[in-house]
Design a protein around this ligand. Structure first.
Ligand code: ADP
Ligand code: MG
Length: 380
């Protein structure tokens, strides 16, 4: 049984009804543009093959029944109990129903049955995959004509307001808007976006995604600290957001705190690297992405200080084993790295990293070769 059949069957077992349909929304990796989203800057994610598969159907009442096959749990939440901060994994689904109702969309009661193969907390955005699958399902079931970018924003409201995670739009935009063989360029201020072609195989390239499986610790606190530091720097520099810093040297001279200077330098140079990456990709020189990935990693390691030993070792080993360029991807303090590799070499590079991890006594990493996929869509 494939995942689509699995969620549809589980749905029917639970509700004694066939589902109205099955929807899918992917996880994502960010090719470049880290910690730039909340600075009104630029990001460049692409969707991966792993994602959330969701069977859904309307109910006769206005409650929400939520099942995760992976968690082996079902929750029924009555309409009046849909309230922010109510916690648990079910909040990622319930939050979407709440957000859409709050926004004035006529969303009735629904049964939702989910299975996902996005690893949790690896920085591949298992949360947005779920939220965006729910938005897609509700739009179809309740015949709501909502633009893709607005769908992403509704999913983000669920995560920010209902779950309570203060994230930018990167994850939800990627899971909703991405197209196959392309990365998504997103301006996190204007929310303008465009597809940037990424025909890797035509250039005999592939992208390795390696999960270091490093347990995250203090991530929320560190994330909040980086955000606060960026906000404070923007305030001191008299700009709306660090995106507006046009002269880096001048900005650095105007600041006195050495740590804050490094944070600013990361954000400003990372935004420049995203714009450069788009130029390079659009001119068809995909190999030229490699030095940008390397520079992004150095900036995250030395200036934004969000890498950890396993991540740095993975990046260095991947490069030594033949990757053209590599960087950590995602919020940091663990999670995944990506490496741009010659076609056919990614798996061997993953094995080199695994050997290096073993030698250092680190837990084994997982890896896969990622090809850019289509965003949220209906499967059946
Ligand atoms: P990520 O980087 O993977 O998005 P988050 O902390 O943002 O990490 O989201 C992970 C959370 O999403 C999990 O703790 C869980 O609450 C929820 N989640 C992810 N996958 C599933 C699943 N298959 N079933 C139920 N909940 C899930
Ligand atoms: Mg998430």
């Amino acid at each position: 049984m494939n995942t689509m059949e699995q969620v549809a069957t589980a749905f029917t077992d639970l509700t004694q009804q066939p589902c109205a349909g099955v929807w899918f929304a992917p996880g994502r990796v960010n090719l470049i543009g880290e910690h730039t989203d909340y600075n009104d800057g630029f990001v460049m994610p692409f969707a991966i093959a792993q994602g959330a598969t969701l069977a859904a159907g309307p109910r006769t009442d206005d409650s929400v029944q939520i099942t995760s096959i992976d968690m082996d749990e079902t929750h029924v939440i009555e309409a009046r109990d849909l309230s922010p901060g109510s916690g648990g994994w079910q909040a990622y689904l319930a939050g979407v129903v709440w957000a859409m109702r709050e926004a004035g969309h006529r969303v009735g009661g629904v049964d939702l049955t989910l299975a996902s193969n996005v690893p949790i907390g690896a920085g591949l955005s298992s949360s947005a995959a779920i939220e965006c699958a729910v938005v897609a399902a509700l739009c179809d079931i309740f015949e709501l004509d909502i633009e893709p970018i607005e769908r992403a924003k509704l999913a983000r409201v669920a995560e920010n307001a209902y779950v309570g995670a203060p994230t930018g739009l990167l994850d939800q935009a990627a899971s909703t808007l991405c197209e196959a063989d392309a990365a998504l360029f997103l301006d996190c201020r204007t929310f303008d976006s465009r597809q940037v072609p990424l025909p890797l195989s035509r250039h005999a390239l592939e992208i390795l995604v390696l999960d270091t499986n490093t347990p995250h610790s203090h991530v929320d606190g560190e994330y909040a600290e980086r955000r606060a530091s960026c906000d404070r720097a923007a305030e001191l520099l008299g700009v709306q957001a660090l995106r507006d810093v046009t002269d880096l040297d001048e900005a650095l001279e105007a600041l006195s705190d050495e740590v804050m200077k490094r944070r600013v330098r990361h954000v400003v140079t990372e935004n420049e690297r995203v714009l450069h990456a788009i130029e390079v990709a659009e001119s068809g020189n995909l190999e030229e992405l490699a030095p940008l990935l390397d520079a992004s990693h150095t900036s995250m390691r030395d200036d934004f200080e969000i890498t950890v030993e396993t991540v740095d070792l993975a990046v260095e080993t991947a490069r030594a084993a033949g990757a053209l360029g590599a960087r950590m991807t995602g919020g940091g303090f663990g999670g995944c790295i990506i490496a741009l590799c010659r076609a056919g070499s990614a798996d061997g590079i993953g094995q080199h990293v695994a050997a290096a991890f073993e030698q250092k006594g680190f837990g084994a990493p997982d890896w896969f070769v990622a090809t850019p996929q289509q965003g949220a869509h209906r499967l059946a």
